[in-house]
Structure formats: structure tokens, C-alpha cells
Write a protein that binds this ligand. Sequence first.
Ligand code: SF4
Ligand code: SF4
Length: 128
Amino acid sequence: MSDTPFVHPCLSCGACCATFRVSMHWSETDPNLGGVVPAELTEPLDAHQVCMRGTWAKAPRCIALDAVIGQYSRCTIHAQRPQACRLVQASWEFGRADAQCDKARAVHGLKPLTPQDWPPGTGAPAAD
Ligand code: SF4
Ligand code: SF4
């Protein structure tokens, strides 16, 4: 077994933050309603929704993303990121493939994650 410390695959990826439109109800940006997403990093989408700046584009890339896709990645507002971002799961981290993760990685020429990308003992099937 390798002694190499495990590094979470998302930290060398970032593909999902540069593939999809990241939208949310405007209340996620309103501190009076418990919202934590910085409003200045969003733009209006419709009467009820806003989206992260940069993600409503032909080649989406979130304004809050600090990354070279496939090399390193971090969300500069990790603790304040939208719910939509919290819902994306890296494939096989919780015992199953994730279609959004696989698609985003494919868009950027990255292979899908496999169960072997996770240390033994992780990847227990998520409860339905
Ligand atoms: S595409 Fe998958 S592996 Fe890459 S950052 Fe998003 S969740 Fe993580
Ligand atoms: S807010 Fe953070 S996690 Fe969400 S798309 Fe932007 S960089 Fe990615």
C-alpha cells in the first residue's frame, strides 16, 4: 500500500465549477433571510433566481473559483458557497458515481473518478 498521503481529488480538479450554470434563489444572497452567498459575486437570472457570475456563459467559470482545472482548485468562498455547490458530490466518495462530476470532468478532458481514487474505508454507499 502506498504511503502517499491522501489528497482529496477535488483539490486537483475544479471541473464542476467551470462547467455548469450555478443558480440559486435570490434569498441565498440576503443576510436578512439567512443567506450567506456574497451578492456581489452573483448576477440576476430571472425574477426569482440569481447565478454565480461567470457561470451563465458559453464557457462557464465561476468568479469565485481559484483553479487551474485538473491541477489545483479551491473555492474562494467555500464556507459561503451556494446550496447547489454543496449538492455536487465527487464520484465514489460516498459509494456511487455522480453524473455531474463525471460530465464536468469529461468536458475538461479528465477521466471519471473510480472507487480506487479513494482510500480504503471510504466510499460507503450513501443512504437513499
Ligand atoms: S468535477 Fe467532481 S472531482 Fe472535480 S471538483 Fe467537481 S466534484 Fe470534485
Ligand atoms: S461558488 Fe465555489 S463551489 Fe460554487 S461554483 Fe463557484 S467556485 Fe465552485
